[in-house]
Design a protein around this ligand. Structure first.
Ligand SMILES: [Fe+2]
Length: 383
């Protein structure tokens, strides 16, 4: 419900009337272009919010999403200097201006927050933000309200009904971005899951219990932050590491399961599991780590590895990590042809590969965390 009526013929209104042009045609168009670009959803939403603030003259904005488990609205994204505090604040889904907008699926224009019967001042108390005026509009996906988009504190004066209508239009574009991202995530997750199942099946075929790939994923997950992987990329790094040998699904049993040493021709076939892995995983942007790891985990720092004989920094970081992880786990495990090596010997064998097989700096990091890695090994081992 837009509470404020449009005033006729005031000079201020004439100025306002020129702006909708910018809103209704250009801003949604620019948001649409952002959505169709290859940016991540959070980037699209952040850029959309900044664009929206600039055009509406707002000093802050936020996207609240509904959490069905707790029946609360939580701040998914917020701008302004209180954004970090806001991210941890939740509010009942039936309270405040946002709650009212969420429940009624109406756009609410609140010219003076302190006078509004719906205003929920606990968010301001917790965040130390002072809400003066705001507009809240529902975000709907397939007719279902999933959250609320807000703009707050107009830099000059207060928000107008025109602003409210524009925000409603922008909200529709943001809904599309969220819906697309949800669909994309579902497809990506389903794809990663099926690849992972294939990798697990391959390990069983190889006579492995599947624990090796579980551990490889976990080592990478723990070391990822020290390598600069952000929290949101860790799950993908873990899955990618678990799929490092997926190319072996395409290696004939006569080679993969041969109980004796491979001859040179067979070894050639075996080495193809790297490039085959990269091909199986595809070339999509979101699969970059998985492809890098599958293709390059047998490259060596000194250029003596395979398949491309890459060296040093030519080898992707995730693949350099995979090389260390894979060897550490193999040395620590019992195989049909060997017992596990004792911990000191594993250390010594890894260190022997510094600057030859392994990236020396990365190896240093791995060795500094080796007790934690051993703990992962013990935890994820057959009883
Ligand atoms: Fe391999």
């Amino acid at each position: 419900m837009v509470q404020k009526k449009v005033k006729k013929a005031s000079p201020a209104h004439r100025v306002q009337k020129e702006k909708p042009h910018t809103f209704v045609s250009e801003v949604p168009d620019r948001i649409r272009r952002l959505i169709s670009s290859s940016l991540e959803i959070d980037e699209v939403l952040n850029l959309s919010m900044h664009l929206m603030e600039k055009t509406l003259g707002a000093t802050a904005s936020s996207i609240l999403l509904y959490d069905a488990e707790t029946n609360q609205l939580k701040f998914y994204l917020a701008t302004g200097d209180k954004k970090d505090i806001l991210k941890v604040i939740r509010m009942p889904s039936d309270q405040g201006v946002a709650g009212r907008s969420f429940q009624t699926k109406r756009t609410l224009l609140i010219p003076e927050a302190c006078k509004s019967p719906f205003f929920y001042n606990k968010v301001d108390e917790k965040s130390k933000f002072i809400t003066k005026n705001l507009i809240a509009t529902p975000i709907e996906v397939k007719g279902k309200c999933i959250g609320v988009l807000e703009v707050l504190n107009k830099a000059r004066g207060t928000f107008t009904p025109e602003d409210a209508r524009s925000l409603k239009t922008i909200s529709r574009e943001i809904s599309i971005a969220i819906e697309n991202a949800q669909l994309y995530d579902e497809v990506k997750r389903a794809y990663m899951d099926s690849m992972l199942n294939m990798a697990k099946a391959e390990k069983y075929r190889d006579g492995d219990t599947g624990l090796h790939i579980e551990r490889c994923g976990e080592y990478a997950y723990r070391l990822g932050p020290a390598l600069g992987f952000s929290a949101k990329d860790l799950d993908s790094l873990k899955l990618s590491m678990m799929m490092h040998d997926i190319g072996k699904v395409a290696i004939p049993d006569a080679v993969l399961l041969k109980p004796a040493k491979l001859d040179p021709a067979e070894w050639e076939i075996m080495m193809r599991h790297t490039t085959l892995g990269g091909e199986i995983l595809g070339r999509g942007a979101h699969m970059k780590n998985a492809v890098d790891i599958a293709t390059c985990h047998h490259e060596k720092w000194d250029g003596s590895g395979y398949p491309q004989r890459l060296s040093g920094g030519q080898i992707p970081l995730s693949a350099r990590l995979a090389a260390i992880i894979d060897v550490f786990d193999a040395l620590s495990s019992k195989r049909p042809y060997k017992d596990p090596f004792p911990p000191e010997q594993v250390n010594a064998m890894l260190l022997e590969g510094a600057g030859k097989h392994f990236d020396p700096e990365l190896l240093q990091l791995f060795i500094s965390r080796i007790e934690e890695m051993r703990e992962i090994y013990r935890t994820i081992s057959a009883a």
